[in-house]
Ligand binder design. Sequence first.
Ligand SMILES: [Zn+2]
Length: 359
Amino acid sequence: MSKCLDFIKPGVISGNNLIKLFSYAREKNFAIPAINCINTDLINIVLESAYLNSSPVIIQFSSSGSSFFIGKEKCPFNSKNSVIGSVLGAYYVHKISKYYGVPVILHTDHCCRKLLPWIDGLILESKKFFKKNGKPLFSSHMIDLSKEDIKYNVKTCSLYLKEISKINAVLEIELGCTGGEEDIIDNSKISNSFLYTNPEDVCFAYENLIKISKNFTIAASFGNIHGVHGGNKIELKPEILMKSQKHIKNKFDLKFKNNVNFVFHGGSGCKKSKIQESIDYGVVKVNFDTDIQWANWKGILDFYKKNKIFLKTQFGNSKSRIKSNKKYYDPRSWIRNGKNYIARKLDSIFEMLNCKNKL
Ligand SMILES: [Zn+2]
């Protein structure tokens, strides 16, 4: 039986190899988790987990996460900082990923209209990188114009797809809106009707994009929400994806049941059954952010609770008046505990996406 490493190499993959991997995922009925990373600790634990689960993985940066990566989180938003942060993060992933032996898709997350200068800056950098290395800096970029008119959305994305296809990168677009809040994307107050895409709109986007290149994926919303909260949950309706696939198959008389690579935003807190159903309808990428943030924090909190008596003073505790507490407050111990909890969460995510033992 073929496996991923029969046709792709460890390290950052792009272009035809990436599309091949997505087609393979559709064929074998699995999806690849996409984890938002804001520092090297997160990148390292995502790679370590992918290695231990023998799975490909997606590392993605948001614009504000990129600023955070270079310590510019307190500066007012500036697309330059985000470009520098994304570029440095990307270089790190390029250098380190092959040592973990896993194929990595390097991606940038939501880019709404006002953030386009961020992506423009990254495409410029990617072109320079392509000239030198024959591959793009990022495997793929997302452009999220879901709040704009569909015609403007698809037209603008078509121009970007044309541009980035030249450097073998892939474009993710969004149709319908993802609810909730993530970084600077706040859709927490929009009407629920925007959270469900129309299959005709998916078909319209597919028809326009496929003329340019097959290097695209579509995040079509079907009730997806960013973040996990205790309020009223809106119902996930993966059947929207099934209807969209059917519509496209019939309209263009295509051979396969699923022809579109779909992306699932807001995977955190979702039921396994809904995620698996969406994979049946062509989802190849599922985004996780909040669940990873929570796992990280819970690991640190539990470390504190367990070692409280050693964490109040630099030396001396209820067991000894003079003994140093260094091994407890050394960041390597509590950061590692956060990473252990993330790893546990990631194990369950790889399992849920049928993504284990794929290399
Ligand atoms: Zn998202």
